[in-house]
Write a protein that binds this ligand. Structure first.
Ligand SMILES: NC(=O)c1ccc[n+]([C@@H]2O[C@H](COP(=O)([O-])OP(=O)(O)OC[C@H]3O[C@@H](n4cnc5c(N)ncnc54)[C@H](OP(=O)(O)O)[C@@H]3O)[C@@H](O)[C@H]2O)c1
Length: 248
């Protein structure tokens, strides 16, 4: 097991990609703190799945866009589990607006949900990592390389996540903390449930691997970046997209 004796926090762990990450890290031996915003029932179902598989997890309700709520959550996790070794910043939000319809509210909601949440959790958690270091993995998107109409501000807020990843890898490297990001293409979750079928088929047709991503596809990459196996990788954004994006 690659995360034995580690304590991991997964934001947005109640649903979708975050739930798959929480299950995967627990299966790799981590004790998992799931942070969710409001969906207690879904969080409980993830906890039950982990417990039934012999793992340990606890859920914490918090809006991670709120700096003091993020701080309080980190303190609650440390109080309960004693330490933090792995922080997965997966919580995020998507809103589409075409050029001409973008207003300040749209910009501030998306930058707060995607970049602000990551910043809040990183700054709150880093002081609690042990002297031996740890792992931070942020969830970005392949749209940072190839934004589609309507996704400009979402992609910009996730590009900011990738910039924070690179910048803070440099500031935290001396403490043995690596900071990386994963950039998925479309994944089947609640966030993409309303995607028109024609769009889904177009994504499948353009993806060399020939399908839409599943949450476990992303969770396996995150688990690698959360493990000791990734020790020589830091400051990077890793595409996990079935080959869809031409980013070279
Ligand atoms: N799905 C995709 O195609 C795709 C592709 C690329 C990147 N991503 C990124 O991957 C991440 C996960 O996406 P997903 O599709 O799994 O999303 P999802 O199904 O919409 O789930 C979002 C999760 O984040 C939590 N959350 C949202 N805002 C929060 C906040 N302010 N504070 C605390 N928790 C919050 C939700 O909690 P509640 O359950 O309590 O609401 C839920 O657990 C996001 O960052 C997204 O931008 C997704």
């Amino acid at each position: 097991m690659k995360c034995a004796n580690k304590v991991a926090i997964v934001t947005g762990g109640s649903r979708g990609i975050g739930a798959a990450i929480a299950r995967k890290l627990a299966a790799e031996g981590a004790t998992v703190a799931i942070v969710y915003k409001s969906n207690a029932e879904q969080a409980k179902s993830v906890l039950d799945t982990i417990a039934n598989a012999g793992g340990t997890a606890k859920a914490f309700a918090a809006d991670v866009t709120d700096q003091s709520a993020a701080q309080a959550t980190i303190e609650a996790v440390v109080k309960h589990f004693g330490r933090i070794d792995i922080l997965i910043n997966n919580a995020g939000a998507l809103e589409m607006r075409n050029f001409g319809d973008i207003d300040n509210g749209h910009v501030s909601r998306l930058f707060s949900a995607n970049m602000g949440s990551v910043l809040n959790m990183m700054q709150a958690a880093a002081p609690h990592f042990p002297p031996s270091g740890g792992r931070i993995v942020n969830v970005s998107t392949n749209l940072i390389y190839s934004p589609r109409p309507g996704t400009a501000i979402y992609a910009a807020s996730k590009a900011a996540v990738s910039v924070l990843t690179n910048a803070f890898a440099k500031e935290l490297g001396a403490r043995g903390i690596t900071v990386n990001a994963v950039a998925p293409s479309m994944v089947s979750t609640d966030m993409t449930a309303a995607t028109p079928e024609a769009r889904r088929q177009a994504v499948i047709a353009s993806t060399p691997a020939g399908r839409i991503g599943e949450p476990t596809d992303i969770a396996d990459v995150v688990a690698f970046l959360a493990s000791d196996d990734s020790r020589w990788i830091t400051g990077r954004t890793m595409l996990a997209d079935g080959g869809l994006t031409d980013a070279l």
